[in-house]
Every structure is written in structure tokens, then in C-alpha cells.
Ligand binder design. Sequence first.
Ligand code: SF4
Length: 106
Amino acid sequence: MAELKCGAKNCTYNEDNYCCKGDIMVGGKHAGKSADTCCESFVERKGDKANYISSISHPSKVISIDCEAEKCMYNKNYKCVAEHVDIKGCNACDSKETVCATFVEK
Ligand code: SF4
């Protein structure tokens, strides 16, 4: 489980830079750098934030991360073992506009 901070404010699951989804999937099977990764769990927020958030879950500091970026040094059997992970994408409207900024090639 990693401590996750997320800058993708337009995501349905984002509340104060924490994720309400409970677990996420990071994409980028062939990623050789951070820019080739993305948060596949990103869902662009539609409509009223408050109502939507309360219907999902609560923001969590620690989260389970499944990850496809097998070239990352923190990837162990498609699970992230980093202590802290930063997802970036402050203007993202699509998962492809997010990145895992913690990615480090082995
Ligand atoms: S730090 Fe590496 S293993 Fe963890 S989510 Fe990011 S790309 Fe995947």
C-alpha cells in the first residue's frame, strides 16, 4: 500500500488531492519514463462534486495500486511497492493526461 497524492483535480475520485476510489490501476506496460504512464482509474467528474463524492467513498491517504509499468523499479508483480506515489495531471480531462510522477526506470 502506498501513500498517494493526486493532482488530477478533475477526477471524480479526487478530494483535496486524495483518492476516494480505494484502489487504482496505473497504465503504461511499455513505459520507459513517467510520461508514458497514466492513471487508468481516472474518471472525469460530471456535475455536482459534493453529491458524487459522498456516494462513492472517502478520501484515503494510503491506497492499493495495481500497475502495468513493469519497467519501474517499484513494480513487483504488477503491484506498486513505493512508499509514496504522486499522480500528476492538474488539467487532465482524460486518463491519458495523467502520469505517475514517481516512476523510476529500473
Ligand atoms: S511508482 Fe512505479 S510501480 Fe508505482 S504506480 Fe508509479 S509506475 Fe507503477
